[in-house]
Design a protein around this ligand. Structure first.
Ligand SMILES: *Cc1c(COP(=O)(O)O)cnc(C)c1O
Length: 246
C-alpha cells in the first residue's frame, strides 16, 4: 500500500488577517503573545513562527524547551517563553536565552541557583500565578515567599511578565468565576510588583478570554487556537479565517 503524504499548507494571508483582527480589538499598548501549540505540528511551527516574527507579535510561547530549540535552530530570533520547562532543561534554556515560566518555589529556586552559577544578570523570567483550579502556579498564600526569593536573586533575574490562566473563559455561564479570577490575579500581581525594581507586564487572557472579557486584556493577551481561525462563538469564528489547508 502506498501512503500519500499529507501536505499541510499554511495560509499566510489568513494568519495575517487573524492577527490583524485580534490587534483591532486591543489597545495600542496591549501586546500580543502567540502560543504555538502542538497543533502547529513540527516543521509547520517554524513556518508559523516566521510569519509571526514578520508580523512583529511581541512574544512566542511554546510548551516545552525542545520546541523552542527547534524554533531557534530554524533561525527564529524573537523572545520565546517556555510554559512548561523541565528542571533538566534549565541549563539549555539559560544558554539559549529562552525565557522560562516559573510556577513554584522549587522551580524558581533551582533556576535562580543556576543563574548565579552561570554569572547571569537580569535574566528574563515569567511568574505564573494560580488563580483557578489549575495545579501549577504560585498561590496567594505563597506570595511572601515568592517575593522574598525574587529579592534575594534580584540581580540575577528580571521578572518580565506575571501571568495566570483562565480556566473557563469560553463558558459564558462561568462569567462570575472568570471575573473573580481576573480580580484575584490583579491583586496578586500588584502585590508582587510592589516588591520589584521594574514593572512586569501582566497577562491572563487566552483567545476566548480576550474576546469575551475586555477587562482581562491587561498588558498582553495570549492567543492560541484563535490564530488558526477558531473564535469562541460562531460570530467570532466568522470573523476569523481558517489557516490550515490539508
Ligand atoms: C494554550 C494556551 C493558551 C492559548 O489558549 P487558546 O484558548 O488556544 O487561545 C494561552 N495560555 C496558555 C498558558 C496556554 O497553554
Amino acid at each position: 500500500m502506498i501512503e500519500m503524504p499529507t501536505v499541510l499548507e499554511i495560509d499566510s494571508k489568513a494568519v495575517k488577517a487573524n492577527i490583524q483582527y485580534f490587534r483591532s480589538k486591543l489597545h495600542p499598548e496591549t501586546g500580543l503573545l502567540v502560543v504555538i501549540k502542538a497543533f502547529s505540528y513540527g516543521s509547520d511551527a517554524v513556518a508559523i513562527a516566521r510569519l509571526l516574527e514578520e508580523l512583529k507579535v511581541d512574544y512566542l510561547a511554546v510548551s516545552y524547551t525542545g520546541e523552542g530549540i527547534d524554533l531557534q535552530n530554524a533561525g527564529i530570533k524573537m523572545p520565546i517563553m517556555v510554559l512548561h520547562p523541565q528542571t533538566a532543561c534549565f541549563r539549555e534554556i539559560i544558554k539559549r536565552n529562552m525565557e522560562p515560566a516559573l510556577y513554584s518555589q522549587s522551580t524558581l529556586l533551582a533556576f535562580c541557583r543556576l543563574l548565579t552559577e552561570e554569572n547571569r544578570l537580569k535574566f528574563p523570567i515569567h511568574i505564573k500565578c494560580n488563580t483557578g483550579m489549575n495545579r501549577l502556579g504560585f498561590r496567594e498564600n505563597e506570595i511572601d515567599n515568592l517575593t522574598g526569593l525574587l529579592k534575594t536573586y534580584e540581580n540575577a533575574l528580571e521578572v518580565r511578565t506575571i501571568f495566570s490562566h483562565l480556566t473557563s473563559s469560553e463558558d459564558k455561564s462561568e462569567r462570575e468565576f472568570t471575573l473573580q479570577q481576573v480580580e484575584l490575579f490583579k491583586r496578586m500581581s500588584h502585590t508582587i510588583t510592589r516588591e520589584l525594581p521594574n514593572r512586569p507586564r501582566l497577562h491572563i487572557a487566552n483567545t476566548a478570554g480576550m474576546l469575551n472579557y475586555p477587562e482581562a486584556r491587561l498588558d498582553l493577551v495570549r492567543v492560541g487556537i484563535g490564530l488558526y481561525g477558531f473564535g469562541n462563538s460562531p460570530t467570532e469564528t466568522a470573523k476569523l479565517r481558517n489557516v490550515l489547508i490539508l
